[in-house]
Write a protein that binds this ligand. Structure first.
Ligand SMILES: [Zn+2]
Ligand SMILES: [Zn+2]
Length: 173
């Protein structure tokens, strides 16, 4: 879903679109899937160089638990507002943004990708550490079992590193 910068007028332009079954790669190790999300947007012109895009994002995504590595679904209900500017000095410190939630972006091309914006908002919403449930027990560091499903009997003992050396020595004997 793209919108042309030049075609955005003073009068608010409204619309909506859906994103479904889309996998988003966040980095080398992490990704998430957008199962089904509805995006409704409002676009209007502030002045010659600046337009505002507001988005409401509603739906469901699938995340991988950072503790037990199982996938789980999460409902999302997010809003974002971005000012797209053609005026480079807007970003050069002439304007002090006190509202930290307001995002200002310099627009390189002539079109704004509304879908990309929504995906970016979802990506930023996901905290670095996110778990399938509040009390996720994670994986056993010894046998690797998912301790939510399979409480293993591994004994996680804290051994003094000096004693560990002695233990290894005695085991050799
Ligand atoms: Zn988990
Ligand atoms: Zn175990």
């Amino acid at each position: 879903m793209q919108i042309e910068f030049a075609k955005i007028e003073d009068k608010v332009l409204k619309g909506n679109f859906a994103i479904s079954e889309e996998r988003v790669i966040q980095n080398e190790y992490e990704s998430f899937t957008i199962n089904n999300v509805d995006v409704s947007f409002r676009a209007y012109r502030i002045d010659v160089n600046d337009v505002s895009i507001k988005e409401k994002i509603n739906g469901e995504i699938t995340l991988t638990c950072t503790s037990c590595l199982e996938k789980y679904r999460e409902k999302i209900n997010l809003t974002s507002e971005t000012i797209f500017t053609k005026n480079k000095s807007f970003l050069g410190g002439e304007v002090t943004l006190t509202e930290s939630e307001l995002d200002v972006q310099y627009l390189e091309g002539e079109t704004i990708d509304l879908k990309e914006e929504a995906i970016k908002t979802i990506d930023l919403y996901i905290p670095i550490s996110h778990t399938c449930k509040e009390d996720c027990k994670g994986l056993c560091p010894i046998c690797g079992a998912n301790r939510n499903i399979n409480p293993c009997n591994c004994k996680i003992e804290k051994v003094d590193p000096r004693l560990q050396k002695l233990k290894e020595f005695l085991n050799k004997e």
